[in-house]
Ligand binder design. Structure first.
Ligand code: ZN
Length: 246
């Protein structure tokens, strides 16, 4: 781990980590907001990822939504990387109080983190829109009603119990954030004495707003490229998050 960061962690009691897409890309999950992600979505679907991953698109073009979603958002074989494991260990040692993440892959929990605020939900949880029955990611990838179809990718997963459409517990564009999750994230950040922000350029809502709740001693930014907040930080590291935390 970077020695300057190590010193700051050592003298802190309530560390909170706030992470963005960069934390997941190092596990091999591409950022759908990147130029590549935008280009491939436009080429194949004629829509941007933001359009496809919206509430209205889900409701009106559920088959296309699922085709895109299964091919671009679901990575059932990915594993946590050095950053995820380092954060889980810091929590176990009592240093880290919470992880706040914009990612939806569940990798922090897989690495052992307990207190995780998932601002944008999780692909690991899904529910029937009619009867609210819960389904895991394996069911979304291989639903009962899609087993004999011609194009399994665009087949919409349906509930075994009632036949209702299953929706991922992912916050789509045009949907409100979960207020309980937001409240928990704000409280954690407001009470932190050290806030480590990693793998995010802090432009995606609600990231920038959340940072403003931080009132503690030290702000650390770890990102490969510069962010608008670099001049507000006590320590800025332009490097891979896995290398810095690992
Ligand atoms: Zn149902």
């Amino acid at each position: 781990m970077d020695s300057r960061l190590k010193d700051l962690i050592q003298k802190s009691k309530r560390v909170v980590f706030f992470g963005g897409a960069g934390v997941s890309t190092e596990s091999g999950i591409p950022d759908f907001r990147s130029e590549d992600g935008l280009y491939s979505a436009k080429t194949k679907y004629g829509h941007s990822p933001e359009e496809i991953l919206s509430r209205s698109f889900f409701m009106n073009h559920t088959e296309i939504f699922y085709d895109y979603y299964k091919n671009n958002m679901l990575y059932p074989d990915v594993r946590p990387n050095k950053a995820h494991y380092a954060l889980a260990k810091l929590e176990e040692q009592g240093k880290l109080k919470a992880v706040v993440t914009q990612n939806i892959d569940g990798l922090h929990q897989m690495a052992g983190s307990k207190k995780v605020f998932e601002l944008h939900g999780s692909v690991l949880r899904n529910h029937c829109m009619r009867c609210h029955a819960s389904y895991d990611i394996d069911y979304i990838l291989n639903p009962e009603n899609c087993k004999n179809g011609d194009n399994p990718d665009s087949c919409v997963p349906k509930c075994i119990r009632c036949g209702g459409i299953i929706k991922p517990d992912v916050v789509l564009y045009g949907e409100p954030l979960d207020q309980e999750v937001m409240g928990g994230a704000i409280e954690a950040i407001a009470n932190a004495d050290l806030l480590i922000v990693g793998g995010t350029s802090l432009v995606v809502y609600p990231a920038a707003g959340l940072i403003n709740y931080f009132n503690g001693d030290n702000l650390v930014l770890i990102n490969k490229s510069e962010t608008l907040y670099d001049n507000r930080a006590n320590l800025v590291i332009h490097d891979s998050i896995g290398e810095v935390l690992g």
